[in-house]
Unconditional design. Sequence first.
Length: 468
Amino acid sequence: MANPQKNNFINYDGYSFDPEKAWPQVSIRPNYFVSYLKYSSRSGRRDTEFVTGADGNRTRVICSICKVPLNSSEILENKTKCSSCVNLDNNKHNGNISVPARNRLQLGFDWMYLLSKSKKAWNDKYQHWYNFKLALLTVKLPCKQLMHEYDPRRLHEKYSIDPITHVKTPIPNPLTPEEQSDLYIKKFLLNELLTILRKKYKLYFYIWRAEKQSDEVLHFHILHDTFTPYNEINHIWNNILNTHGYIDQYRTKQQEFHKDGFRFRPEWASGFHPETGKPSKIWSYQDQKRAYIKGVATNWRNPVGTSDVHSIHSVHNTKAYLAKYISKPMDVKNKLSQEIKKIKEEKGIEEFTDVQIQELEKNILKRLQINGRLWYISQPLSHLKSIICEVSDTISELCHKIYTVAPSYFHQSEYCRIFRISIRDIINKNYTPLLEPVKTFISECRIKSPKWDNNIFSALGIQLDLFS
């Protein structure tokens, strides 16, 4: 008698799978939803490698940490660890944001844009009202970054105590001055600014990104959904800078530069950055003169270039926008070309060897390196992730109906099916099978974050009792 079939494979949307190891799921995101197969473990899809021992028996090689079977490439490169565990052991970002982190930032941005209402604000400079949904706040230092001393360890961990003599021996700080300075600025400058904005303007949804450009000075892009007056933000940030010594250094530098009266910088009026050669804001002679008069009147203690605010009302390509301001990598190549050009002009060197170029690039990476976090998503916003639910018969029928009625909203991928139907469309068109998981998900999020305004989800154009 023949043995019965071990696994009864079934078919879902053209995919054949074992129901004991995988099942169909739907992932709902702000701008689209995806149907795919979810596997019970990584081993269900991994090509494992068998090794023949001295006794002739063939065994699988497993990770020494997570016990997942290794494939041939992992055995060759890592020997006893899988790629995930190797990445956890060496999780330094090297100044650039990884692909999963960019996807996480994009998801946070999409949720923020979906839930943000269109708001009106008054522009004092141009004397008119304007509409916006999101705003991008940039804060930076008015001068070169100071070398702050900072040890993130707790006070009682700074000393080792001899168990016999009870003598305290200071433990040396393991961080370099550059590492301490970056951590200090984020801990005591940026965090203080965000704390004030949360208390004064109810800033709950925001994403910040740390960046160092060619000037090697740390600055931050903060994407948020709240109206924040520029003059007040600039005043708050300058007060924080003054507490930590940056305004005094800026004041000394400006007084030294203008010691004989107003000096015109022609490179600022060209419309191109003097170091990078990229297009920049044009500062004409009249603009520089007005800034000089204002600086003298305030004794150079209220610089206006330390903060900048841009409103965002309509973003057609959110990924491109986010890549430009939030998730762009370090500009090492541009900085390298500047360094080579400068050395050629100063020392008359015409050609550089590969070793010299590699050394220059290594030094640039070290100077542009940002220690600690590169980005952060606020806690209420971080709860808003993809909405995951299993595919029921009603969801399967709905997917088939969307494919039949509106094939332009459907895209077939190798491992999944993508439907360009947003959460707003799901609500407006009353797609009940998908609406129920959305209601459950948002209700759970409101419980996790009691600080949220009760009207925060009304931007979706629905009744509040839908999520009560």
